[in-house]
Design a protein around this ligand. Structure first.
Ligand SMILES: [Mn+2]
Length: 268
């Protein structure tokens, strides 16, 4: 049995199938973990999401910012923007099942001593804080007032975490950090404007995984979201979004030997 962690698919179903053929994926032997952003921008979001849901116990996934944006467009008055390609899901006959499936997915997974997240983990957070925070967000995602909750999550504030934030502020920071973070300060203060060149951070900031004070720096972390990290050579840091949607590749890493498998992507 092998475990595979797969970077951002973003609706590129054909590339995903090519990748699964390459690793000779078998539902008898293997388990897939999707690192978030399984939908949007690519041309087959509905097919991709149905496929992942249909894998049942053979697959797990984390919510990424695009998956979260889909939830918000499906369950609140927010409208998809012109670049969004997931309206096929919102209009599908099985949309309720698909949306319910997404609402049950976690923001972080601990598995065999490694951690999986979509974007990153604030430097000052240990595993206890991480899972306390993600559990709180999941409580609201599975609660009765999920529409109001989603509506109130669309802000950049607070951009800094403190223990005494109220629950909604605390959830908003957690969602922004785990699903969107690239650069932050050592205390976890988030910055949303810079998206490339991880080694040229805006003044006072660093890529989240470069902070010396990082509590989880000795734990292997696998993540997606940032497709610009090809040259990162940091112990315990595994960026897996290899830019499928930008003409790069869709990649997966096999947990047991850290071997990476990639396919080139045709979709733009
Ligand atoms: Mn993302």
């Amino acid at each position: 049995m092998s475990d595979y962690f797969i970077g951002d698919v973003q609706g590129c179903f054909d590339s995903l199938q090519n990748l699964l053929r390459k690793i000779k994926f078998s539902t008898d032997k293997d388990r897939l973990f999707f690192l978030g952003d399984v939908v949007n921008r690519g041309d087959k979001s509905l097919t991709t999401l149905r496929f992942i849901k249909g894998l049942g116990d053979n697959a797990k996934m984390i919510l990424g910012n695009h998956d979260f944006h889909l939830l918000t467009c499906a369950l609140t008055s927010r409208k998809p923007n012109s670049r969004d390609t997931f309206t096929d899901i919102i209009n599908a006959d099985d949309r309720n099942e698909l949306i319910d499936f997404l609402l049950k997915q976690p923001l972080a997974i601990e598995y065999k001593d490694v951690l999986l997240v979509h974007a990153g983990i604030p430097p000052a957070w240990d595993q206890d804080i991480l899972f306390r925070q993600t559990t709180l967000v999941q409580k609201y995602l599975q609660g009765n007032d999920v529409s109001n909750f989603l509506s109130s999550m669309y802000h950049n504030k607070p951009n800094k975490y403190q223990d005494d934030l109220d629950e909604l502020d605390s959830c908003r920071y957690t969602i922004n950090a785990l699903m969107r973070m690239r650069f932050c300060k050592s205390d976890g203060e988030l910055e949303f404007d810079h998206k490339v060149n991880y080694d040229q951070a805006p003044k006072g900031y660093k890529a989240w995984f470069l902070h010396a004070n990082r509590k989880l720096k000795n734990t292997d972390v696998f993540f997606g979201h940032w497709s610009d990290l090809a040259n990162v050579n940091q112990t315990h840091v595994y960026p897996m979004d290899h830019g499928c949607i930008w003409g790069g590749s869709l990649s997966t890493i096999r947990l047991k030997d850290r071997k990476i498998f990639s396919v080139n992507c045709q979709t733009t």
